[in-house]
Design a protein around this ligand. Structure first.
Ligand SMILES: Nc1ncnc2c1ncn2[C@@H]1O[C@H](COP(=O)(O)OP(=O)(O)OP(=O)(O)O)[C@@H](O)[C@H]1O
Ligand SMILES: [Mg+2]
Length: 398
């Protein structure tokens, strides 16, 4: 959750004996997934700031109880309805409070102690979480797999899930389906969750909202994670028939379920792959990868997976200058839907910090590509399907 504290230009918190955001930052640090920024902007610049920065909550200090500024803030609130704006007024007169109510500015604080601010943040977080839980969900399942092991499915899955969750109105869960050697956690978190996929599968019979909420790992308000099972004893106890049902149940609570598969097909994963709404096959620019990709597409088609369900992602992870995207498309009779550049620095930093690359450096080419791709899929992707149909007509697979 992105929180911004704005002190109006020329206005200094210290002069008014108010807490600075660094004091608040100290306390907010203990709350997971909150980023706090401090800016000094007037209302016009704030408008620009909000258009450029993803902001969930905005505290405004220093309007000096001026009606004209409050009116401008009301306009800002109307324009950015998704942003919760909390206005600090210093010892306001009742006429000003009535004016605020008229202007539908209802979130006013007159105190500046950290407790008041933390309470505002927690209340907002809870309201947002409850709203997200109770709204109707999109129920889309994305299955990601590598053509050959190591082609980059996990890098793509973790970043794609993170990118989908940038839409704060959508709930996303990413599940590490690679058993027992799943490593999606390496790109997502440094904390080990108590529960893993085996716990979900084995508790299917009583897997309700409360149990799901208590077992998932919260990476942020709307991005949750279910790590892969790593304990062999636990894996042996898994009720395989419940595997698919768990995914089906999770769809009731999430807009997007992102599945990071291992590169091997087995009967259980094949069943789940068949039931995915979209399958993303990640391949690298190597002959071996292209060959296996072709074989996998054929296996999927034999198992009644419609070709338009499969999107191809070329990952430049093994740079081979002799093989171009054009070569791959001709060889596979299929269009490449996304190209991910090689970016050792960002990926290494992502592994060091256990954070998705798109959060490490949102401006790098790799991040922009994946975020752009996620936006296409989370929005209306009917155009993509049309393109794929044309492509299919040009190059029919036998
Ligand atoms: N675009 C990229 N730029 C740089 N390094 C990359 C890129 N994509 C993947 N890698 C690196 O390549 C390695 C394999 O990536 P990843 O784990 O995502 O592949 P995978 O297909 O999930 O592998 P597995 O078959 O083990 O599940 C990792 O070390 C990863 O950090
Ligand atoms: Mg993987």
């Amino acid at each position: 959750m992105n929180i911004v504290i704005n002190y109006m230009k020329e206005w200094r918190a210290e002069q008014h004996n108010l807490k600075t955001s660094s004091d608040i930052q100290g306390i907010v640090k203990s709350m997971p997934d909150i980023s706090l920024k401090q800016v000094h902007l007037n209302v016009t610049s704030l408008k620009k700031y909000l258009s450029e920065h993803d902001t969930d909550m905005l505290f405004i200090y220093g309007c000096d109880n001026k009606v004209s500024v409050v009116e401008d803030i009301a306009k800002l609130k109307d324009k950015y309805q998704k942003v919760k704006i909390v206005l600090h007024l210093y010892d306001p007169k009742s006429t000003l409070l009535l004016k605020c109510i008229d202007l539908r500015i209802n979130d006013i604080i007159t105190l500046d102690d950290t407790q008041t601010i933390i309470k505002e943040i927690s209340d907002f977080k809870n309201t947002q979480e409850n709203f997200l839980k109770n709204k109707t969900h999109s129920r889309q399942v994305f299955g990601l797999m590598s053509s050959k092991g190591g082609d980059g499915a996990t890098v793509m899955a973790t970043n794609f899930a993170s990118a989908l969750s940038q839409n704060s109105m959508k709930r996303v869960v990413i599940i590490d389906m690679a058993i027992p050697f799943g490593d999606a956690d390496m790109y997502l978190t440094q904390t080990q969750n108590v529960f893993d996929l085996t716990d979900f599968v084995n508790s299917y019979d009583r897997l309700d909202e409360v149990l799901i909420e208590s077992m998932v790992q919260r990476l942020n308000t709307n991005l949750h994670f279910i790590p892969s099972a790593k304990n062999f004893q636990k894996i042996m106890t898994m009720k395989l028939e419940n595997y698919e049902r768990v995914i089906e149940r999770l769809k009731d609570f999430y807009d997007y379920v992102v599945l990071d598969f291992s590169s091997n097909f087995d009967p259980v994963s094949l069943n789940i792959i068949q039931s995915c709404n979209h399958i993303f096959m990640v391949l690298s620019d190597s002959l071996a990868s292209i060959r296996v990709c072709n074989q996998k597409i054929n296996v999927l088609q034999q198992n009644k997976v419609m070709p338009e369900k499969i999107a191809l992602i070329e990952n430049e992870s093994r740079v081979n200058e002799d093989i171009t995207t054009g070569h791959i498309e001709v060889a596979l009779d299929k269009k490449i839907d996304l190209f991910i550049p090689f970016d050792n620095n960002t990926i290494n930093e992502s592994l060091i910090q256990s954070k998705p690359a798109i959060r490490i450096d949102p401006s790098c080419k790799l991040a922009k590509k994946i975020v752009g791709f996620s936006q296409k899929w989370s929005g209306n992707h009917s155009n993509k399907l049309e393109n794929k149909t044309i492509w299919r007509n040009l190059f029919k697979r036998t």
